[in-house]
Design a protein around this ligand. Sequence first.
Ligand code: PLP
Length: 374
Amino acid sequence: MTARATLTIDLDKIRGNTRRVVAALDGMYVVGVTKVTCGSPEVARALLAGGAQALGDSRLENAERLRASGIVAPIWLLRSPTPALAADAVHLTDVSLESELETVLALERAAAVAGKRHAVIAMVDLGDLREGMLPADLPAFAAAVEALAHIDLAGIGVNLTCYGAVCPTPENLGELAALAAQTERRLGRRLEFVSGGNSGSMALTLAGRMPAAINSLRIGETILLGVDTLTREPTLDLALDAFVVEAPVIECLVKPSMPSGETTQDAFGNRPTFVDRGPRRRAICALGRQDAPPEGLVPVDPRVEVLGASSDHLIVDVEALSRAPRLGERLAFVPNYGATLQLSTSAYVDTEFVHSAGLTNKIVARSTPSIPEE
Ligand SMILES: *Cc1c(COP(=O)(O)O)cnc(C)c1O
């Protein structure tokens, strides 16, 4: 146990979650997405062991980390590189999601120099307004890519529920299926992948309403955090606590619940409001907004309540605990997607991997309240 905040990642839970998701997606090609863990090779191996057929990450630095650890599975680059980074993309990844012909032409030159082939998924925007060309531009793009000597047009894809929070539906994914069929007719061959989105597309599949032509999804959050990303409710009976962050207590005192004195903006320009609950025992943990947004942390012990945080101090109400936590004792929280992303990135948070199937005491302790009774 370190004295710093620690993100514990249970690789057996991730492998188990992957198994269930892959089984539920029944025959679809599942790309397991590692970006929320900064391309952790350990997490990547758990995804592959659970049946993911490829890895996906949005950053070349993460792809490099995966390759440097010896992973040889196909890697999909989920965010297009700039043309200047085409050589790295070709060197480190097998497939990339593209919407700009200029970038694909740079990939072609880089692949020719490297003596390699690189595959491209043509991304189409179907309303979410993040990446993707408008459907009307797909035929010319596909024809231009098909003519290249070192690039394979492996398929077409869409991303939804990210920027515009647009839901996957039989209509918009039906449009993707129709575009795939149209592209196949024009090219006179089948496309290997019709990539129907991220975790947000799982619900449609589970409901049996996914158009049959969609044969691949790119899944991160549902596997890693166990939730349906349209509702953030548990799904498929997946483990919800593969990621747990523990932060040590640096102060634990009884204080009034209302600030005293004239109030102004807080450290982040907000005007906080407070409810007077009288004097309460509060703990401060050594974790802050620099490491995770406090709104994204759910205490493992339901008697603990997150009150807020500044850049380096997480303030929690521990009045309901029968015993006050000692200094240095750690409180545990399950992070949501945004918090997991930031915790993985924070240089101030250690990462530790555990295997709950090997059943260490640690995990047993984690599933019980974080502050044991005395
Ligand atoms: C992040 C990302 C994914 C995975 O998203 P989840 O919601 O974590 O499943 C899939 N596709 C693209 C293009 C992404 O950027």
